[in-house]
Write a protein that binds this ligand. Structure first.
Ligand SMILES: Cc1cc2nc3c(=O)[nH]c(=O)nc-3n(C[C@H](O)[C@H](O)[C@H](O)COP(=O)(O)OP(=O)(O)OC[C@H]3O[C@@H](n4cnc5c(N)ncnc54)[C@H](O)[C@@H]3O)c2cc1C
Length: 409
């Protein structure tokens, strides 16, 4: 696919991945610099078929994240923007508020620390004693809780579809069924080849490939210094949704970027229970039966995977047990919602998180955006990246336009 300087460009900015982050970045380019030619290549037949369409649908308030981190800044801002975006485009959403509930004494200091953190992040929180929990959730039990007013729910798949529509209305293009299989980067531009043999030439490449972002970085010739380790999150639907009014979360373990199995009343009125976090045996491994030996071998060959496993084996063993035994899963949920029985849990579609893991086994906590020549890589965009997608998109767009500017375009 070699090309030389005098070749025409098919677009100025080429984005890989039509999840919410890629679409938001592409849309932000057209907003910030009208007339810039933007194209998105997506391997699937439509937008949002992976993380964006398989999540809890929660508009996170930003309470959990370290003050000053990208997660904290973009989630707080992004939550407000997401509510506005949904309202403007008629997308189903609701600001429900949520409870974070401590069920064990040792969780109380961590609950208190969350109150402090929420206040540092400018989020309205109300502390509740055991008896006050029933004001919000009559069937939930705990020792203490906090109520976070700005949390909500929405349909992120619908948000992504709207972004694709708005992008098209501003002259951008999304090509589906276009898997990027090769990247050829030169000082003056980037050419990609799809699995179908089409070649697209651009001035700047933006990698928003989610579960495959590290592979795309390597296709471009960059060493991302991390690997995506896929963690499946399994869900059940609650057969008696009347047991839960809104959103109910446990106190998370600060050693992990996962929030623990929660109860979420979605915009469809159903209550979803989950997700847990178990290793997926393929990047898009939505069930234990989905195994891709090459991808699995890649995960196992990464030293960080083993170091993470060694460090967190006890937590991991608990999650595996609850994945393989519905009774154990129900027992865990009963800590928050004592009335539920195993039969109340009906299997629902799972999601897989793209979690960046460093060579030393560190689970990357914050969003990670890296620049390489003529390329912007989004290398870690786990939860709450759907909530934060509009600010993330603007940040990526700013960097891509910066590259164009530096190139004198
Ligand atoms: C179980 C679960 C629960 C979650 N809950 C929440 C929540 O409640 N609130 C929240 O804010 N966030 C939540 N998240 C996180 C959120 O879903 C993600 O952060 C967000 O969707 C990431 O978007 P993305 O565009 O980066 O990735 P994706 O949506 O995965 O999109 C990446 C796209 O790139 C495409 N692609 C990959 N490789 C190629 C290639 N070579 N060529 C072309 N296309 C390619 C893929 O097909 C895919 O469509 C959750 C995630 C999971 C998995």
């Amino acid at each position: 696919m070699p090309y030389d300087r005098c070749d025409r460009y098919d677009c100025d900015v080429l984005v890989i991945g039509a999840g919410i982050v890629g679409l938001s970045a592409a849309y932000a380019v057209t907003r910030a610099a009208p007339g810039t030619r933007v194209a998105v290549l997506e391997k699937e037949r439509g937008p949002a078929l992976h993380q964006t369409g398989r999540n809890s649908g929660v508009i996170h308030s930003g309470i959990y994240y370290r003050p000053g981190s990208l997660k904290a800044r973009y989630a707080v801002r992004g939550a407000a923007e997401m509510v506005k975006f949904c309202a403007e485009h008629g997308i189903a959403h609701e600001v429900t508020g949520k409870l974070i509930v401590a069920t064990e004494r040792e969780e109380l200091p961590r609950l208190h620390a969350l109150v402090q953190r929420g206040r540092e992040n400018g989020i309205p929180v109300r502390e509740l004693g055991a008896a006050q929990i029933a004001e919000y959730e009559p069937n939930v039990r705990g020792l203490a809780a906090i109520h976070v007013g700005t949390t909500g729910v929405c349909d992120y798949g619908a948000v992504a579809r709207q972004l694709a529509e708005s992008l098209a209305a501003s002259g951008g293009e999304v090509r589906y069924g276009a898997e990027v299989a090769a990247v050829d980067r030169r000082p003056w531009g980037v050419a990609v080849r799809t699995a179908g043999g089409a070649v697209v030439r651009a001035r700047v490449l933006v990698n928003c490939a989610g579960l495959h972002c590290d592979r795309v970085a390597r296709l471009a010739g960059d060493d991302p210094g991390m690997r995506i380790v896929p963690f499946r999150g399994e869900y059940f639907d609650l057969a008696r949704p009347e047991l839960v009014r809104g959103l109910v979360y446990p106190v998370p373990d600060p050693a992990f970027p996962f929030l623990g199995v929660h109860l979420t009343r979605g915009i469809d009125g159903g209550v979803h229970v989950g997700p847990n976090a178990v290793p997926a045996l393929a990047r898009e491994g939505y069930a234990w039966s989905a195994v891709r030996p090459r991808e699995l071998a890649g995960t196992l060959a990464w030293p960080g995977s083993w170091r993470t496993a060694r460090r967190h084996w006890r937590y991991g063993a608990g999650e595996l047990h609850r994945s393989l035994s519905k009774r154990a899963f129900a027992d865990a949920v009963r800590r928050l919602l004592p009335d539920i029985a195993e039969a109340d849990l009906r299997p629902a579609p799972a999601g897989v998180r793209a979690q960046a893991v460093l060579r030393d086994g560190t689970l990357v906590d914050d969003f990670l955006i890296r620049e390489a020549p003529r390329t912007i890589h989004v290398l870690n965009a786990p939860s709450p990246a759907a909530t934060a997608s509009l600010p993330i998109g603007r940040q990526v767009a700013r960097r891509a336009l910066g590259v164009l500017g530096a190139a004198g375009v």
